[in-house]
Design a protein around this ligand. Structure first.
Ligand code: C5P
Length: 237
């Protein structure tokens, strides 16, 4: 597989074309950003940890019947993925209230959300990823009705699969963000699942083991990601 031009440079990953139009390379960088890119730091080892963590989670999801973009790891910090036509929406499920939900709705931080909530956000940094609903998505053609329903259904299925996976490793999956794309007429899970895009708390102490450590300046960011990987049995070597 030949790596060609940089197609897109996100805040933490770069996407490259390859000699196969059906395949792209995702490069997980050490860059860590928060607050729409206002705070950016390089965190040693994060690219490698996230690449291996993501591959582990995507494989678990595939085994449980979720179609994903992931193909295989090709370097410590790179993986090969299917070339999806990404939909510009972010799907967020929350099992516990925290973060922007608490700021927006004034609900108690840390309360259990029963049932879990689902939110769509528009992927647009300039507009600070505003919350949108199904009607916006249809009206502006970001996805059609079937795709909207598929994204919701898959995001909830991922919640069942991963909440259990993390619970068995003594963690709470507090919330997470997923992105989807089209491939041969099918909706596939794209992008990544790493502690950069979800919140994970220790079940007993509720210690934060995700990117909130970076957002809140708590330190030990990559160490926490490694701890999560270790608890799940992810091979980081
Ligand atoms: O900030 P907020 O509380 O809305 O985030 C909800 C979840 O979605 C968190 O796990 C956060 O890490 C993730 N998220 C993300 N990328 C964004 C916005 C939120 O990964 N652009």
């Amino acid at each position: 597989m030949e790596k060609r031009a940089e197609l897109y440079r996100g805040k933490a990953k770069s996407v490259y074309t390859t000699d196969d139009p059906e395949r792209l390379i995702l490069h997980f960088r050490n860059d860590t950003s928060a607050f729409d890119g206002e705070k950016i730091e390089q965190l040693e080892r994060k690219g490698i940890v996230n690449n291996k963590f993501n591959a582990f989670i995507m494989q678990k999801l595939e085994e449980a019947g979720i179609p994903t973009q992931h193909d295989k790891i090709i370097a410590d910090d790179e993986c090969l993925v299917k070339n999806l036509d990404m939909m510009p929406v972010e799907c967020v499920i929350r099992n516990i209230a925290t973060g922007s939900l608490v700021r927006r709705l004034g609900v108690e931080d840390g309360m259990d959300l029963i049932p879990a909530t689902f939110e769509f956000f528009l992927k647009n940094d300039e507009l600070h990823d505003p919350m949108i609903n199904d009607y916006h998505i249809k009206t502006f053609g970001w996805a059609n009705e079937d795709e909207i329903e598929k994204m919701k259904a898959l995001t909830f299925q991922v919640n069942d699969i991963l909440s259990k996976l993390f619970k068995d490793a003594n963690m709470i999956l507090v919330d997470y963000k997923l992105e989807f794309g089209r491939y041969n007429g099918e909706v596939l899970l794209g992008d990544e699942f790493t502690p950069d895009g979800c919140r994970l708390w220790d079940i007993d102490t509720r210690e934060k083991l995700d990117k909130d450590r970076f957002r809140q300046g708590l330190g030990g960011v990559v160490e926490a990601y490694e701890e999560v990987a270790h608890r799940l049995g992810v091979d980081l070597d």
